[in-house]
Write a protein that binds this ligand. Structure first.
Ligand SMILES: NC(=O)c1ccc[n+]([C@@H]2O[C@H](COP(=O)([O-])OP(=O)(O)OC[C@H]3O[C@@H](n4cnc5c(N)ncnc54)[C@H](O)[C@@H]3O)[C@@H](O)[C@H]2O)c1
Ligand SMILES: O=C[C@H](O)CS(=O)(=O)O
Length: 432
């Protein structure tokens, strides 16, 4: 079976075990079962997509024949030769993935890696090892040969050692990391200090701005805000964190948003109807709590929520803050929790100044407007890898997912994601 067939078979085995995989994920990281079921399908979609990419010209073996650029003098019978390129697999890859999407963050890497002809060593988060192990079992059932996709479930000390090895061992030709900017910098430093230049993809932290312009359709804006803020209890890299609302529409937007936030049902992710689960740990909940308290101390107003949820140690109430300042940690650092931190602005330039001066991240950004000019031109002024205009859910297999600045290097998904695992070779043949 060729690599594309293996990937399709693996995707089929994943879908056949969708309920068990989703249950495992909800037990491991707490997200409501419907979100886990959605992630199973999202994760499988990367295997399907890259199964097809195997066969495309920009896939493995794809290449081009290029007319030589040299001018052929009349006396010379043939051109000087033929120029051609072809793609080759990078080789052995080292992957490290996070807990918040324990299945899709693995298949988003391993899918294109296998399609390109690479093998991989994958270290999942110590918080979600079982999902990764289940993926490996299903890969073997699907016919993926032993040694092609290898999961290593490691503790803290061995995790650090694993990171050092994939960064400094020259048998590992590529590293791809998804996780915090803090750890991403450790890995890049280890490559450099290990004296090796290595192909590296970094999918790092976010802190997305969400801008509501005065001409926005407020109902559209509220829907987009709810979708981009509260998925996985606000624990996704592309969650909106920094809300900038034009002063003319602050009251209407916040009133409608609070109305929707109050409909969120917090509880056990395995219980039907629950739409928001816990944070990943008590420490994470305490971190969100501290940031909210600081913002309130600096003058922010709690419109809803604002404290831990009675359901349990790891639970925090979905919260909307008004009148946050850009110096607040809840505004200038990734929240990774269910909190809307909002402030007002009066002009496009002011909004951009706040966005650029409050964070160096550049993953996702969102804005709502009905102006055609702004729809197409404001995005050009944002230093982000991805932009949602009147839309809060922009992640998909066809999206070249990734960020700039402190949010990372490279792209995953889309045909772009295939290039991370290929090296293009140029050959000039002089056949005179
Ligand atoms: N850009 C993206 O596509 C994307 C996707 C998901 C999550 N994230 C980011 O990931 C973060 C949340 O995930 P997390 O808490 O698992 O992140 P994290 O950085 O704490 O951990 C990520 C992975 O790195 C490992 N790790 C930790 N320290 C290490 C070290 N010194 N050497 C080697 N590996 C080490 C962990 O065990 C885990 O497997 C957030 O910042 C979020 O924005 C980004
Ligand atoms: O946490 C960010 C992941 O990339 C999740 S998603 O791709 O936005 O679904």
């Amino acid at each position: 079976m060729h690599r594309g067939g293996l990937l399709k078979s693996w995707a089929s085995h994943i879908r056949q075990n969708k309920k068990d995989l989703a249950t495992l994920m909800t037990y491991e990281c707490g997200k409501p079962l419907p979100e886990s079921l959605g992630e199973v399908e999202y994760g499988a979609s990367f295997l399907d997509f890259y199964a097809s990419e195997c066969l495309r010209p920009n896939g493995l073996g794809g290449g081009t024949i290029i007319p030589t650029p040299f001018v052929k003098p009349p006396s010379v019978k043939n051109t000087r030769g033929t120029v051609m390129t072809y793609n080759e697999a990078v080789g052995v890859c080292g992957f490290i993935t996070p807990w918040n999407f324990p299945l899709a963050m693995i298949t988003r890497k391993v899918g294109p890696a296998i399609a390109a002809g690479c093998t991989s060593l994958v270290k999942p988060s110590e918080l979600t090892p079982l999902t990764a192990m289940a993926l490996e079992v299903l890969a073997r059932r699907a016919g993926v040969p032993e040694g092609v996709f290898n999961v290593l479930t490691l503790g803290e000390e061995d995790t650090r050692r694993f990171g050092e090895v994939i960064c400094t061992d020259d048998r590992v030709k590529k590293i791809s990391f998804t996780g915090s900017t803090r750890v991403g910098k450790i890995l890049l430093k280890q490559c450099a200090e290990g004296g090796i230049v290595k192909k590296a993809s970094m999918e790092l932290g976010g802190n997305a701005p969400f801008v509501v312009f005065s001409d926005a359709d407020i109902d559209v804006a509220v829907k987009a805000a709810m979708a981009s803020k509260f998925r996985n209890a606000g624990q996704t890299c592309v969650c909106s964190d920094r809300f900038l609302i034009h002063e003319d529409v602050e009251e209407e937007f916040l009133e409608k948003l609070v109305g929707e936030v109050k409909k969120i049902k917090v509880g056990d992710g395995m219980v039907a109807g629950v739409t928001m689960g816990p944070l990943i740990s008590t420490k994470a909940r305490e971190g969100v709590e501290e940031k909210v308290k600081e913002a309130v101390a600096n003058g922010a107003e709690v419109l809803v929520g604002g404290e831990r949820h009675e359901f349990g140690e790891q639970y925090y109430m979905p919260t909307v803050l008004k009148g946050v300042i850009k110096e607040d940690n809840i505004f200038k650092t990734e929240t990774f929790g269910p909190v809307v931190a909002s402030m007002t602005f009066s002009s496009d330039d002011e909004a951009l100044d706040i966005i650029k001066s409050s964070s160096k991240t550049g993953l996702a950004s969102y804005y709502c407007t009905q102006s055609a000019d702004r729809m197409f031109n404001f995005s050009r002024r944002l230093e982000h890898g991805m932009v949602g205009v009147n839309e809060g859910i922009i992640s998909s297999v066809v999206a070249p997912f990734g960020g700039v600045g402190e949010s990372g290097i490279g792209r995953e998904g889309n045909s772009s994601g295939m290039r991370e695992y290929l090296e293009e070779k140029y050959v000039f043949v002089n056949h005179n």
